[in-house]
Design a protein around this ligand. Structure first.
Ligand code: ADP
Ligand code: MG
Length: 399
């Protein structure tokens, strides 16, 4: 991949940076600024090089038109605090305000364009529409740096098309993400253990299929595990179940057996009466979930067994919480597994955490992020790399 160095002397040059500022908001309060912090190394480096930095990003899911609820104003304010510099926010994406804002930049300044998804062309399936927006973005800059790892799996104007119009490079975050994930996908140190959880098995079918040929052990928890338990013939009560995936999962169990991949499922489950923080709950055997009760976490024996399967691993990838960690009563499995990964990492394993909710769980449960080798900022993008896919936003940066 082309790096920022390949762009040459950037003093006085306008550099368009695609960042991932899709942070969780409560009204206009940013509840987790991890993604903004992750963007700082590249932005600081460009400022230090004397570039005039123009950042483009999206927030939430506006419907292709301006929507005050999704304004990047809170992000501009937080970014300014973190950089210790004024970050001006343009009122539009590529319109008169954007042009004037860029025009007013001095060397080392940073400006932010308004939410790029306020423009429907950003995500258009029609190449010509995306290319038109990309052309307008390109007019605002002399070079492009792609640093929004969370969006590199998207063929979108500000990610993919604009990179074809300007001298382009991968930013430091994208480089670090791709390097880390490659350690797991190409020739991982073995044993290679993968922990999968989260809500839906259908979100992660591709990655499971690919891992059945690559990983040594696959530990499954979270909401998706009930489709696995159903595939083994167990009743799962009112737990999350994707009936239409049961046959596929049966196939996975068979493939795993053929390939000598060990699939580790929970032997006990924390079941609740209802989906609520204060619901009555009990630990029951995995094959004993009664009608009407729902599994919201793996049980303590399973957590310990999962941790034991991680202890001697040399490479670990984790995507998806083991339970509904947002409720304290159902956070135990996720905590035990996270601790197991931290311990294995201290013993020399290379560990990756992918998935927005998994990374949020690490922070919410009070783990030191330094205990993991790499915490990915991109859920979908990291999954697609683990799946072995070629990502458009990465491919376009290759020489
Ligand atoms: P990630 O963002 O890390 O890829 P997902 O988005 O796939 O993870 O899933 C995260 C969500 O899965 C969390 O909000 C969590 O509450 C939910 N979850 C985990 N276990 C269960 C379960 N047993 N039942 C219902 N939801 C679950
Ligand atoms: Mg998620």
């Amino acid at each position: 991949m082309k790096t920022i160095d390949s762009l040459g002397d950037l003093r006085g040059k306008r550099v368009l940076v695609r960042s991932d500022f899709n942070v969780p908001l409560d009204g206009t309060t940013i509840t987790d600024d991890g993604r903004i912090r992750a963007a700082l190394p590249t932005l600081t480096r460009l400022r230090d090089a004397g570039a005039r930095v123009v950042v483009t990003a999206h927030l939430g899911r506006p419907k292709g038109e301006p929507d005050a609820k999704y304004s990047l104003a809170p992000v501009a304010a937080r970014l300014g605090e973190l950089l210790g510099a004024d970050v001006r926010l343009a009122e539009d994406v590529t319109g008169p305000s954007a042009r004037a804002t860029v025009e007013a930049l001095a060397d080392g300044d940073v400006a932010l364009l308004e939410n790029v998804r306020f423009d429907a062309r950003e995500t258009s399936k029609t190449d010509a529409e995306r290319e038109e927006l990309a052309g307008e973005l390109a007019e605002l800059a002399d070079a492009f740096v792609s640093d929004g790892f969370g969006v590199v799996h998207r063929k979108q104007a500000s990610v993919y098309d604009v990179a074809k119009l300007l001298p382009s490079a991968a930013g430091d975050l994208v480089l670090r993400e791709v390097e880390s994930l490659s350690k797991a996908t190409t020739d991982p140190a073995r044993p290679y253990a993968v922990v999968l959880g989260g809500s839906k098995v259908s979100d992660k079918l591709g990655v499971i299929a690919n891992l059945l040929t690559k990983a040594d052990r696959l530990l499954v928890g979270g909401g998706m595990v009930f489709t696995f338990l159903a595939a083994k013939g167990y009743g799962v009560g009112a737990s999350l179940l994707e009936e239409d995936q049961v046959e596929t999962v049966k196939g996975y169990l068979a493939t795993a057996e053929e390939n000598g991949v060990e699939i580790v499922l929970p032997t006990d489950v924390v079941v609740a009466d209802r989906f609520a923080a204060d619901s009555p709950h009990d630990v029951v055997p995995a094959e004993g979930i009664s009608e009407g009760r729902m599994g919201l976490d793996i049980g303590p024996a399973s957590g310990a067994a999962f941790a034991a399967k991680l202890a001697d691993a040399r490479t670990i990838a984790w995507n998806g919480p083991m339970g509904v960690f947002e409720f304290d009563a159902f956070a135990g499995g996720t905590r035990t597994v996270a601790q197991g990964i931290v311990d294995a990492t201290a013993n020399g394993a290379f560990s990756i955490v992918g998935g927005g909710d998994s990374a949020a769980a690490v922070r919410r449960l009070g783990f030191d992020e330094a205990g993991f080798s790499h915490i990915s900022t991109g859920g979908g993008a990291s999954l697609e790399l683990l799946e072995g896919k070629t990502l458009p936003g990465i491919q376009v940066l290759e020489d």
